[in-house]
Every structure is written in C-alpha cells, then in structure tokens.
Design a protein around this ligand. Structure first.
Ligand code: GRF
Length: 221
C-alpha cells in the first residue's frame, strides 16, 4: 500500500511529533511524515524535524487578520506538499469548522486525558484535584467541537499518592508516544471503520496499553 503523506502540526516541543517521526521511519509503516508545520516560528520541535530531513514550515498566526486567513495559508502549504492526513501534536490553535470540515476523517488529535473527561487545558492538575485514580490520554478524530470526535485509541495510567502534575504528565506522555503512532498506523493503513462516535478496528489487541502501577524502583511507566 502507498504510504500516506502526513503532516504534523505543532506549537512547541514536539515530543509526540518525534515519536511519530521515529515510527514512520519503518518502510512498512503506512504513513510518511512529509511536513512538520508550526504556528510558532520558534517552536523547538521544528529543529528536530529539519535535522531529520523533513520539510518544515512556520505559519505565524500573529501576522494574519483572522483564523480563516491563517488557515488558508496553512491549507495552501498542505496542498503544496500533497498532504493526505494531519496529526495535531500540541498545536495550540483552535481550528475553524471550515478547516476541520475539509479534513474530516483525516485529522487526528492527541489529548492528555481520558476523554470525554477533562476536555480543555490543565488536565493533569484537574485530575489530581479531583482525586481520580486513573488518568490517561486519547487519540481522536477532530470535529468542530473542541476535544470531541470519535475516539481511536486510549491508554490509562494509575494516579499515585506521590504524584505531582509533573510526574503524572510524564507518565501520561510516555503512553501518548505509544498510542499516537499506533493510531496513525491504523488510520493511514485504512484499518478503521467509523460509525457515529464508535471507531472499530477489528483488532482486540489495539489500542489500550495495560494499566500498570510503577514499581518502587522508580519505573517511570
Ligand atoms: C501533549 O501532552 C499532548 O497530549 C497535548 O499537548 C502536549 C504536546 O506535547 N495535546 P508535545 O509537544 O508533543 O511534547
């Protein structure tokens, strides 16, 4: 099967982008990372992409009159690079229904919580404040409503007595780096069927990582 040309949209450090780039190095992976695009020209993640020979672009949202003008510029670049799928990876701009509608079914996002719990920001601090015992991350198709859309993959992690927002975020991030490449593999490999909000992948081994309590020796998982 032809590898699908995929763009990753970032705003910052880009650790999920790195995880996707690393997995997509395998020739049998169904997606190739053809473009890394940032709305912030100084996003640290752009340097990694450049060093790895991936086309990069910065579309600085601050110089545009509005969201649609900004998105039209991104859209031109995405077309120029013949992009077929987009992964949002720490991309901190709200997208308009026009853009989301254009990419419907081909636009993925990763959210650092077990949706539909903890939509929005500060998910780890809110989970700690609520005293939940299980937290995690979600990869989903993007729809116009923020942090909604059919769920492709989730991974859960335990919340420990000793957790701070930093340690909890690190445990969740480790799972993000596993489920995002796994989810893109299923999407680009056209292995999924979507019915309403349900995504069927015909593979019971996918997608949840086992809930595992880290050992006392400081296992970061
Ligand atoms: C991740 O926690 C992701 O879930 C959220 O933004 C963060 C991005 O981190 N959407 P990185 O830039 O991928 O390291």
């Amino acid at each position: 099967m032809r590898r699908k040309r995929t763009a990753i949209l970032i705003s910052g450090r880009g650790s999920n982008m790195r995880a996707l780039v690393q997995r997509a190095r395998s020739p049998s992976y169904p997606a190739e990372i053809a473009l890394v695009l940032s709305n912030r020209p100084d996003a640290p993640g752009l340097a990694f992409a450049k060093e790895n020979g991936i086309a990069t672009a910065a579309v600085d949202h601050k110089i545009y009159a509005g969201r649609e003008e900004f998105e039209r510029s991104m859209q031109l670049l995405l077309e120029l690079h013949r992009i077929e799928y987009i992964c949002l990876a720490g991309f901190l701009r709200i997208l308009t229904p026009w853009f989301v509608g254009h990419w419907r079914g081909r636009l993925l996002n990763i959210h650092p919580a077990l949706l539909p719990a903890y939509r929005g920001l500060d998910t780890h601090a809110r989970a700690l404040a609520d005293g939940v015992k299980i937290h995690g991350c979600t990869v989903h198709f993007v729809v116009p409503a923020m942090d909604e859309g059919p769920i492709i993959a989730q991974a859960a992690v335990p919340v420990l007595d000793s957790d701070t927002t930093e340690t909890l975020a690190a445990r969740v991030l480790e799972q993000e780096h596993i489920i995002y490449p796994a989810a893109l593999e299923r999407v680009a490999g056209e292995k999924l069927r979507v019915e309403g909000n349900r995504v069927f992948c015909g593979d019971d081994a996918f997608p949840s990582a086992p809930l595992r309590v880290p050992s006392a020796e400081g296992d970061s998982g």
